[in-house]
Design a protein. Structure first.
Length: 257
């Protein structure tokens, strides 16, 4: 529980730094605005065609009794929209980090300087960093899609699926956000997604303590504009905790945790 709370406090520290620095907030909002326009357009299109799409996905129910036909199509609709929301929320963050790579790298570096953290890495150039960011973003979007397909299948289970799928979606989303937000520090050190995942597993409670509130707050319209740059700072703290666990106590003191 203490690790879970420490993870949440990492996010709180991020909010404190971002809200006290209008310049960093403005820098962090630009990529989020661009991503929101793109993904909201896609989600709106899906909702517009959802009726026809659900009918196309369930032709076997055409001859069913009215009650059962409506029941299965409502379940498919909930699973479809829920899966799209999971993919959209996670893709939103991945797309925002990709678009705003240089912006968020700058925010992470400023946070490291203010908190007295070691910001050195292997010194990869901008082109190499951008290549890593693109590769990681594509990988994370594919992970989000695969997870959404599993959650879609779970959501089709009568009654239990409608309860279980949202809970699993939040936990899955929280973990993927943890993977995404430690990106600037881990990419600088040359760590791939698989290595990132293995290292974060050793700090599950702290990662979920950071990822759960971040994921839930990102579901609130407009809040993402502040949440994402704040989470970049919180993810920077989390990454340093994972990469250098020995001086954790000193890092927590520096971060205000």
């Amino acid at each position: 529980m203490s690790d879970f709370i420490a993870g949440a406090r990492n996010l709180g520290t991020g909010f404190g730094i971002i809200l006290r620095s209008p310049k960093l907030l403005a820098i962090g909002m630009v990529p989020a605005l661009l991503s929101a326009v793109l993904l909201l357009g896609g989600l709106g299109t899906l909702l517009y065609v959802s009726g026809d799409l659900i009918g196309w996905m369930t032709p076997f129910a055409d001859d069913w009794a009215l009650f059962w036909r409506r029941a299965i199509r409502i379940a498919v609709g909930i699973a479809l929209v829920g899966g799209a929301a999971v993919v959209g929320s996670l893709s939103f963050i991945a797309l925002t980090l990709l678009i705003g790579g240089p912006f968020y790298e700058h925010i992470a570096e400023v946070a490291e300087r203010r908190l007295g953290l070691d910001g050195t890495g292997e010194g990869a150039g901008w082109v190499r960093q951008a290549g890593r960011g693109l590769r990681d973003s594509v990988t994370l979007v594919l992970i989000a899609i695969a997870g959404a397909l599993v959650l879609f299948a779970v959501g089709l289970v009568p009654l239990a699926g409608q309860v279980t799928a949202p809970i699993l979606a939040v936990l899955f989303g929280a973990w993927v956000i943890g993977l995404e937000m430690v990106g600037p520090v881990f990419q600088r050190g040359g760590f791939r997604i698989g290595e990132r995942h293995r290292m974060l597993r050793r700090h599950r409670a702290r990662v979920l303590g950071f990822g759960l509130p971040t994921y839930l707050l990102c579901l609130v319209p407009v809040a993402q504009l502040v949440v994402i740059p704040s989470a970049v700072v919180g993810g920077t703290l989390l990454a340093h905790r994972v990469l250098d666990p020995a001086p954790a106590g000193s890092q927590d003191l520096q971060s205000g945790v």
